[in-house]
Ligand binder design. Structure first.
Ligand code: SAM
Length: 482
């Protein structure tokens, strides 16, 4: 078949070399001038090919970039081509296979691939293949080198992938995931998972600490996340010993002030809450081994603290990320309530968006079919909470505690305190009422104020001049099933 050269795409990822060679193109141009014939180039039609923000169809060159460049330079518009597969392929799903096919063609003829190019191909494939579907043997065969050569090229990537995979397995297992479910998620057999969970030895942590290494160093050394390294370091200690080692003073009274979030735990996330707040909730209202439910997990700080304090945890959110395998996608939808777990929790740590506060930030993480509750009207928001509290009540144990964190929403932004309208506000009293109506009896009201140091001197002056009453209040209500 003949194709228009202008329709062809030279794809940098699929192309197995560092770049085009001008020398080869010039030699082909000269050969064309003397009437030389060239074998057809090899192409593949693809769809789902990124084009700016959109995706499109494309014809990519698997073999013959130099030939088609030489034709173009000579002003020739068409070139003979053969198709690799006779129907278009999904580019994103077949990227690696296309790269390998292209590499294999280029190992056989013409301007052969240099060892440097082959190494780049092997490393590119290994990095995009964390499940190790491409064995060293298969890569060696495709690239025309020995298995040992491939091993030296990619062993560091495979070692990192193995440790980070083990880290995921340990995290999920300690949070209480059954081995079948971990096997399903990671694509690793149950037997292998049991081996990793039972045999991974981190006895060296204390030795490294004794040598003066810090926790960040140890996390890097094991290719682990910091919360997991802290978990292993504190394993077996009492809750109180853990507070001490983490440098968190244990609050004795029902006022929990924490100036800022402890950066070691949870990801940067809109509305992130301090790990210390969760640790105190676990300390007072649960014991080691108890299952906790975090229905709107955001940056994952609840699961990190559950790991540390050896509680089990199931986490959900409408926004999920690769670095947080424990957070499962679930949209709490008042039109179709679903309770996604079978194991009844001892504690539900519920930290929803505080009405429309941070509406924009949460909307960016949501989509039209699964909107964040921060886009609800006041009535919808209240109805949502009412529905959620009822659903949780129905699915909880008689002894389950509900820890509900929220803040007064008042229409105070540019309104003097004496002019605020109650119909625009939702306060802790409303939440208290909604909990009671759904069958939850509030047992504790704990004040966990936000820091007041967020505002500049000028902003404070403006607020004072207008007699606006700002708000730093944030309250944790603890409730039991009535
Ligand atoms: C206040 S944030 C949680 C912050 C988290 N505790 C932390 O410290 O990182 C509330 C979360 O609720 C999620 N969310 C909002 N509406 C939701 C819904 N209907 N279903 C599931 N998640 C929802 C948002 O994506 C957001 O991550």
């Amino acid at each position: 078949m003949e194709v228009n050269i202008s329709d062809l795409t030279w794809d940098q990822f699929i192309y197995p070399r560092g770049g085009k060679s001008d020398k080869t193109i010039n030699a082909y141009v000269e050969a064309l001038e003397t009437g030389a014939q060239f074998p057809p180039i090899k192409i593949q039609r693809v769809f789902n090919y990124a084009d700016g923000n959109d995706t499109t169809e494309a014809i990519i060159i698997l073999d013959g970039v130099h030939r088609s460049s030489a034709f173009k330079e000579k002003g020739i518009k068409k070139i003979e081509a053969v198709e690799w597969k006779d129907k278009p392929l999904d580019y994103e799903k077949n990227k690696t296979t296309l790269l390998l096919e292209s590499a294999e063609c280029n190992t056989r003829h013409g301007d052969r691939l240099s060892p440097g190019d082959k190494k780049r191909v092997a490393r590119d494939i290994a990095s995009t293949d964390p499940e190790c579907k491409w064995t060293e043997e298969a890569l060696a065969e495709k690239l025309g080198v020995s298995q040992q050569t491939v091993n030296t090229w990619i062993s560091d990537i495979r070692a990192r992938q193995k440790t980070s995979r083990n880290t995921v397995i340990l995290r999920l297992s300690r949070l209480g995931w059954p081995q079948e479910k971990i096997a399903e998620t990671t694509g690793i057999t149950r037997g292998r998972i049991a081996q990793i969970v039972n045999n991974t030895n981190f006895g060296e942590i204390n030795t490294l600490l004794a040598q003066g290494r810090d926790m960040e160093y140890i996390a890097r050394h094991y290719s682990m996340d910091l919360p997991l390294v802290w978990t292993l370091r504190l394993e077996g200690k009492t809750d109180q010993e853990k507070f001490k080692e983490l440098g968190w003073g244990l609050r004795t009274w029902d006022q929990w002030n924490f100036n800022e979030c402890d950066e070691r735990f949870g990801d940067d996330w809109p509305g992130r809450i301090p790990a210390q707040l969760i640790a105190h909730t676990l300390f007072y209202f649960t014991k080691p081994g108890d299952p906790v439910l975090d229905p709107m997990a955001g940056g994952g700080v609840v699961s990190d603290v559950c790991l540390l304090f050896e509680r089990k945890c199931q986490s959900f959110d409408l926004a999920v990320r690769d670095n947080r395998p424990e957070i499962l996608c679930h949209h709490w939808d008042p039109r179709n309530w679903k309770w996604p777990i079978t194991k009844k929790p001892d504690l539900i740590f519920f930290d929803p968006p505080y009405y429309i506060k941070k509406e924009k930030e949460y909307e960016e993480k949501a989509n039209d079919n699964t909107p964040s509750i921060s886009s609800y009207t006041k009535e919808e928001y209240e109805r949502f909470l009412e529905g959620f509290f009822l659903l949780a009540h129905k699915n909880a144990k008689p002894t389950t505690s509900m820890a509900f964190l929220n803040a007064d929403w008042r229409d105070f932004e540019s309104t003097p305190a004496s002019k605020e309208k109650p119909d625009k506000s939702i306060t802790i009293f409303d939440y208290h009422r909604l909990l009671s109506e759904a069958g939850w009896e509030v047992t504790h009201r704990i004040e966990c104020p936000l820091s007041s140091e967020r505002l500049s001197g000028n902003q404070v002056q403006r607020i004072q001049d207008k007699r606006i009453l700002g708000t730093v209040g944030r309250t944790l209500l603890i409730a039991k099933r009535a």
